[in-house]
Design a binder for this molecule. Structure first.
Ligand code: OAD
Length: 251
């Protein structure tokens, strides 16, 4: 088989991956695009095509129209539940297994709320923006039971009649403290940082590359497009993650 045109960049990253003692990977919605979950900024289709996700993913939008916001999240919840992990998710899980097996550390930080990394076999995933597969009471924070299909009415309520919301982080909300602590702990040690399938515009995750640089970590980006952090990385793999990550595993 002819070598992939990505091979020179992949070879650099493979070497860094074999040498690193503390690997940190940050993923965004691009990693799930090949599982047919639209990326955050491309999310609107069908009934939702006239809406801007940034105007639905806020506490203000929920307060103004909880029915509309929860209907949108329920539509996305079901899309995520139907989706299957793609070769990019599976390769990352295998990279974690191999990295841990040679005694190095591996931390996967994700901005995704779809649970596909875990379903692909990744463990100890740090969910920076929460999970769309978990919903909770708006006031009590009590976890709610979810139907397999769509909720019957919107906004949905728990068994005790309380309105529930997805356990995702909305614009203007704090990220989960434990997820942030684990991210900064890992970044403080990291000697290899891989940023995959994220537009690198939403903070704090978009700033993690600076923490990695402060450590002199080797930095790699996997993304078919340029991002604001592209000029800061040591190697760029301009490809879809479902194509590039399995090639990384090839000896
Ligand atoms: P975006 O939709 O901003 O960016 C997706 C990125 O994935 C883009 O840079 C695409 O070029 C890239 N991409 C597309 N297809 C790809 C593929 N097959 N393989 C690899 N990369 C691909 O999504 P995020 O960066 O995840 O937060 O957005 C970050 C956060 O912004 C989201 O978690 C969400 C949003 O605000 C909250 O809701 C709090």
């Amino acid at each position: 088989m002819d070598p992939s045109p990505l091979e020179p960049a992949l070879a650099k990253l493979r070497t860094a991956l074999n040498d690193a003692q503390h690997v940190v990977v940050l993923t965004g919605s691009g990693v799930s695009a090949e599982s047919k979950i639209p990326t955050f900024r491309d999310a609107m289709e069908g009934l939702w095509k006239d809406f801007d996700p940034q105007t639905l993913a806020t506490p203000e939008a929920f307060e103004a129209d909880p029915g509309r916001v929860t209907r949108w999240y329920d539509w996305r919840r079901l899309k995520c539940a139907e989706a299957q992990p793609n070769p990019g998710h599976l390769a990352l899980a295998e990279i974690q297994t191999q990295t841990l097996a040679r005694g190095a550390s591996f931390t996967l930080l994700t901005q995704n709320v779809d649970g596909l990394h875990q379903r692909a076999g990744s463990t100890d995933v740090v969910e920076l923006h929460g999970s769309i597969m978990a919903w909770r009471g708006v006031d009590s924070g009590e976890p709610a039971e979810l139907p397999e299909g769509p909720f019957e009415s919107f906004p949905p309520t728990s068994a005790s009649g309380e309105i529930i919301r997805p356990s995702v982080v909305w614009f203007g909300e704090m990220l989960p403290e434990e997820a942030l602590r684990r991210s900064f702990d890992a970044l403080e040690r990291c000697d290899l940082f891989m940023t995959i399938g994220t537009s690198s515009v939403v903070h704090p995750a978009a700033g993690f590359v600076h923490n990695a640089r402060a450590n002199d970590a080797f930095i790699a980006e996997v993304n078919p497009d340029d991002t604001p952090i592209s000029p800061l990385v040591n190697t760029t793999i301009r490809a879809k993650s479902g194509e590039a990550l399995p090639l990384l595993l090839r000896a």
